[in-house]
Design a protein around this ligand. Structure first.
Ligand code: FAD
Length: 401
């Protein structure tokens, strides 16, 4: 094992939206940190996932000098469309609230954040590291060890703080002692076939199709690529969905009077996601702070996960900066971190559950749930209070969480 290097104030595990944003905030404040990422740079810059970013999150990135490309290139969305019982119902949330969503594919955001962190702000980042382990996080001198991909040797980074931003399958969460944390889980018992089609969107907005065969969704990702979702049994085999069947089900579940036909194209991603959520409380143990999917997973039902990851990262980056710069409120901000994140996390989890019934209720085969789901859907178009409440949750614009 290589002897430990000089201590670095913060080691960040994971170069996703959360980790790279924390790194950028720290580097802007002149604080040294090292990001450890188990994949290559090329891989993380191409991994397709999210696309919908809330306005407050974009403003948060912009305030930290991280949104120039996004603001120049992202589409602004002001409406979504629900399709049920063969009809289209446009929901113009922009008109109702004066607010909008940004659509900017996650790989583009990650590319921007890596470039800014490593190439502009001079942040240290090690790609393709293996077997990352966290040590002594409940002491004043934690460390993180990993295997260097070039030499095969174990390296050790001593530090003051560890930011665990390594997503749902990372190692940081496992460093929290089971007796000190509560992990709340929810399983929807539903799968989604997540698809990316090399095709322009079939409508200028997000589409939600509520159909007795199951939910279907369309999320524009740019002029040439469109994300589609099809509800399927959890654990379903993506290979049991040949492309003819995929397009047949998309046409069927998104059909509505007066709707333009879907634009078909090659499927460049096809995988099954089992819809489940978890929340780790608290998000801190000693000098380890979790952020993003490492701390809480919210199924992509409400397109909220990356937004929550950015919210955590803003709070964590700012609190670490305050503490490491000796600000009098630095310690208090670190203490308040977990609670401040979790209020928005639980709010978004609740919305995701509510939305899940809206999306999937008509496909249960249960006439009672079908009836209540259709009532819930119609209410959005008959009650301005229900519409306003939905718009606020959909956009994440509540005054307080
Ligand atoms: P990640 O993006 O998962 O980043 C974690 C990083 O850590 C990765 O680069 C990973 O390679 C690395 N890592 C993992 N383990 C280790 C290790 N042991 N050592 C070192 N590095 C490690 N959210 C939205 O807000 N809007 C959307 O529209 C949306 N759509 C989605 C669609 C799909 C199909 C999916 C799957 C997700 C979607 N999400 C959406 C959720 C969003 O993608 C995630 O919430 C977001 O990526 C979380 O960011 P993160 O930085 O916390 O984690």
């Amino acid at each position: 094992m290589t002897p430990p290097e000089h201590p670095v104030p913060v080691v960040i595990v994971g170069a996703g939206p959360a980790g790279l944003t924390v790194g950028n905030v720290l580097r802007a404040a002149g604080i040294d940190c090292v990001v450890l990422e188990c994949e290559t740079r090329a891989f993380i810059e191409q991994r397709p996932r999210a696309g919908v970013i809330e306005e407050w999150a974009v403003h948060g990135l912009d305030r930290r000098g991280l949104a120039a490309n996004l603001l120049a290139r992202a589409e602004r969305h002001t409406a979504c469309e629900f399709r049920f019982e063969g009809e289209r119902h446009r929901f113009p949330y922009g008109e109702l609230t004066g607010r909008h969503h940004f659509v900017y594919p996650q790989p583009l955001l990650v590319t921007d954040l890596v470039r800014e962190y490593a190439d502009v702000r001079g942040g240290a980042i090690r790609f393709a590291v293996r077997d990352v382990r966290l040590h002594a996080v409940d002491t004043a001198r934690p460390s993180v060890s990993y295997t260097c991909p070039d030499t095969g040797r174990r390296e050790v980074l001593r530090c003051d703080f560890v930011a665990g931003c390594d997503g749902a399958r990372g190692v940081s969460r496992g460093a929290l002692p089971a007796a000190r944390v509560r992990v709340a889980r929810h399983d929807y018992g539903i799968g989604w076939l997540a698809l990316l089609a090399q095709a322009p969107p079939s409508a200028d907005s997000v589409l939600f199709g509520m159909h007795p065969d199951g939910f279907a969704g369309q999320m524009p990702r740019g002029p040439d690529v469109t994300r589609y979702y099809l509800q399927c049994p959890p654990g379903d085999d993506p290979d049991s969905w040949p492309k003819e069947h995929v397009w047949d089900q998309l046409h069927r579940r998104l059909a509505a009077d007066g709707a333009a036909p879907l634009v078909e194209g090659p499927l460049i991603e096809k995988r099954v996601l089992d819809m489940h959520d978890y929340v780790v409380e608290p998000m801190r143990h000693g000098r380890l702070f979790l952020a993003g999917d490492a701390a809480h997973l919210v199924a992509p039902i409400a397109a909220k996960g990356m937004n929550l990851a950015l919210h955590d990262a803003f709070l964590l980056g700012d609190a670490l900066t305050a503490h490491l710069h000796g600000s009098p409120d630095g310690e208090a901000r670190l203490r308040a971190y977990s609670q401040a994140c979790l209020r928005r996390v639980w709010d978004y989890q609740e919305f995701s559950q509510w939305l899940s019934e809206l999306y999937h209720g008509t496909a249960t085969g249960d006439p009672f749930r079908t009836g209540t789901t259709l009532a819930r859907l119609r209410r959005l178009f008959t009650s301005r209070h229900a519409a306003a409440a939905f718009a606020e949750q959909y956009l994440g614009t509540a005054e307080r969480y």
